[in-house]
Ligand binder design. Sequence first.
Ligand SMILES: [Zn+2]
Length: 492
Amino acid sequence: MNSWSSTTKIPQIPIVIDSKTNEHVSIIGMNYLYAKDELAYVRLNNLREQRFRCYRCKHVVILSCRSDPDSLHGHYYFFRHTPDVQCEWRYDSPSKAEIYQGVQEGFRHYELKQLIANTLNQLNGWTIISIDKKFVYSPKTNERTKPDLLATFGGKEIAIEIQLRGESPLRILKRHEIHKEREAYILWVTSNSRGHTSDDENESIDFRQVHKDIAYSNRGNRYIFTKELAAESVKRGKFILTAVYEYPEINDKAIKTSWQSINVPVDDLTFDSGNIYFVDSVKLQAVLRDRLRSEGLLSAKKLLTTKRPDSFENFQMLVKPVWPTFDKDEDILRLKSMYDEDFNERQLKLKKSIVRYFQSASWRTRMDGKWWKNTALAVSAHNFGIKSESDLRIVEKIILILGIPLSEHLCIDHKSHIRACHYFFDSKSFIPYRHLCKAAMIESVHGTEILLHPTITSRIEKESKIVVKSDDLDRFYEWFISAPNLHKSLLQ
Ligand SMILES: [Zn+2]
């Protein structure tokens, strides 16, 4: 078989119009598809019959030939213009080069199709239904496509599609869908990674893209078939292809993929919902992604307990380097709930230690404010209202009103929750914080008892207008009673 390499000189007229059928015929097609006597007839009669015309200028052309032992008929046939015709294609032009490239691609496509058909014809188990003839229809959408080859193998219908040039990903997917909906399978045969016709970089980018698009539609797999594989297939009695597949691996906490290949009989491939693949690269990648996600969550958890980030934003910053595959869309909710859970736990712990501080000897006997000052410093990044200058006597009474006991005597049995309220009506330094007392009365688990107590109702009746003092204790109170809630949890 002749191979049309880039060194082949572009013929004067790469494509002609057959005015009998109104079809385009390429110069390569002429050489391969017509018998020797047909070609001889055209040589003698075309000027009189005016059948073949130049695609570019539409003038009648002459079929010539020269001796060429590599050509099918021992001669290489080509068209030329009559001497009087002026046509752009008499000279090299970009339009001609482009058309000739298409002609060559078309021929390679034809050659490969013949190679596959000839091979399958020699193999048991394979039946060719049609070559380039039969349209197949999607039962759902009624859309149609014409596969290059339609065959059956082991009771399965297989469409063999040859894709040697750039193609839109949408059309690739569409063809895939049609076969899938028919419960048939599609086998994509592509070229080798390097383009055949030229070393043009743009072309190889096109090739790389179409290979990716095809593999993407087929669980990361595409196939290559060559004359060598045809011989091997016939020898072993099995249709053997080179499977090229994307293989994912974990490298430095990220998924890295590489293209790998193996010669494999179709019998050993997996047939699954329209796809034929050697390795399910999509599934493999999902497994690796899940593994990285579990590892990422574990590292994040460790960071949370060791670094104690001040905010979720800081937590995310810390997580980035230990979890490079962190995906904001997919993972952020899980990370946030992990942070919130931990943050809530820490807040509850802090609320408990505040209560323990007011129960401790250092406050109860010495009114030592050192612990509070240290704590205020430690949590200064958070807006908890805990300040070194806070009036701790107010805090203590509010805790009592909420129903939390602070000592053997300061407890519900001794009415400490009611007595604590009296300060906010009777004592000069407490009065400006009465709004906190009232809020705590309502919030308290013993609220009804407090509000109905005669010592409270009489005080509320006689209440005079006061100047309210608003400071960080407002914020402290709001934080202390908010979720996670300590005073109510104590009741359970
Ligand atoms: Zn012309």
